[in-house]
Structure formats: structure tokens, C-alpha cells
Design a protein around this ligand. Structure first.
Ligand SMILES: CC(C)(COP(=O)(O)OP(=O)(O)OC[C@H]1O[C@@H](n2cnc3c(N)ncnc32)[C@H](O)[C@@H]1OP(=O)(O)O)[C@@H](O)C(=O)NCCC(=O)NCCS
Length: 157
């Protein structure tokens, strides 16, 4: 990326189907082997369709290119307010520390609030100190211990 853009050159919006091509390098960099197949315009378009019922994907453009994305899940639950989770967040290396993630997260928070959520939850890696620093700077606090279990080995019920 050439010159350092001011915040006004960062535009944030809901993803469109024709963003698939621009998202390929970002998905490659962020998901890598976890994507589970080749990252191509077609496969990214397929994943965007797959996620569409349950996730809202947001992109950030810096100039003419997509430099970051985020995804939000808001689901009704037994709680009075829906559960909202920022499920993914990525900014390409060349566009970091310009405020791109901050803009994405503000936008996501606005959507979650509009849909009635009272909090926005994010899970990030224990070793991902950069992301943790970012979330703290954006006002997030640790509030739980995340645990998980592989479901690949079948167990009898
Ligand atoms: C974490 C990430 C999304 C931050 O994106 P970004 O666009 O660079 O963040 P911003 O420019 O909006 O940063 C805002 C503030 O967060 C903090 N921050 C961001 N990155 C930081 C870092 N690497 N180290 C320390 N603080 C950081 C700073 O306070 C920063 O303000 P400053 O630049 O004025 O000091 C980006 O580094 C990234 O994509 N990392 C890899 C993917 C990832 O880990 N995603 C999260 C998975 S849940």
C-alpha cells in the first residue's frame, strides 16, 4: 500500500457478492490451511453465501482495495437480549495501525446494538497478544475462560 491514508480514506460497509475476488488475498492470509481448500474467487464467494444466513460480513476499503474484514453473529437465545459475537477480524499487514480494525469494530458494534444486543463478545487466541492489545484499546475486557473439545471422536450418548 502506498501512502498512509487518513481515516476518511477508510470506508466500511457490508460485503457484496462481487467482493469475493478482493477478499482472496485476505482469506489466504488469515485462514490459510484452516480454510479447508484452495482460496479462490469461487470458493470465497461460496463461503460468503454459506455464512450469509447467520453472519454479517463487513469489509473495509482503503482506496480502491479491500484491506480488512470482520464478521458478526447475532443470535436469539434464552437470554432476553440476543447474543452477539465478533467472529472474525483481519486487516492486511500493509494496512495495520491505520485505524482500519477500529473502524470495522465500531461498525460491527453499531449493527449489534441495532439488533438489540447488550454486549459484543470476541474470542481470540491466548498467544495473540497483538489482537488482545487491539481489543483492550477498543474497550474490551476479559470476562470468561474459553474451553473447547474436539467432536471428531464419536462418543455414545
Ligand atoms: C489485530 C488487528 C485486527 C488490528 O488491526 P489494525 O487495523 O492494525 O488496528 P487499529 O489500527 O485499528 O489499532 C487501534 C489500536 O489498537 C492497538 N493495537 C493495534 N494493533 C496493535 C499491536 N500489534 N500491538 C499493540 N497494540 C495494537 C493500538 O492501541 C492501536 O492504536 P495506535 O495505532 O494509535 O497505537 C490486526 O493486527 C490483524 O489483523 N491481526 C491479525 C489477525 C488477528 O489476529 N485477528 C484477530 C483474531 S480474533
Amino acid at each position: 500500500m502506498a501512502a498512509t491514508p487518513g481515516p476518511s480514506r477508510i470506508r466500511v460497509r457490508i460485503v457484496r457478492p462481487d467482493d469475493a475476488r478482493g477478499l482472496v488475498p485476505l482469506f489466504e492470509a488469515f485462514y490459510g490451511a484452516y480454510f479447508g481448500g484452495r482460496v479462490t474467487e469461487t470458493s470465497v464467494a461460496g463461503r460468503l453465501r454459506q455464512a450469509a444466513n447467520h453472519e454479517t460480513v463487513i469489509v473495509a476499503e482503503v482506496g480502491e482495495r479491500i484491506a480488512g474484514f470482520a464478521s458478526l453473529r447475532v443470535t436469539d437465545s434464552l437470554d432476553p437480549a440476543p447474543y452477539a459475537e465478533l467472529t472474525d477480524l483481519f486487516v492486511e499487514t500493509e494496512a495495520r495501525r491505520l485505524g482500519v480494525a477500529s473502524r470495522l469494530v465500531k461498525y460491527v458494534e453499531g449493527i449489534a446494538r441495532e439488533r438489540g444486543a447488550s454486549h459484543l463478545v470476541v474470542l481470540t487466541g491466548q498467544k495473540n497478544t497483538e489482537a488482545q492489545a487491539f481489543y483492550r484499546s477498543a474497550g474490551y475486557e476479559e470476562y470468561a475462560v474459553a474451553m473447547r473439545k474436539s467432536l471428531k471422536v464419536a462418543e455414545t450418548r
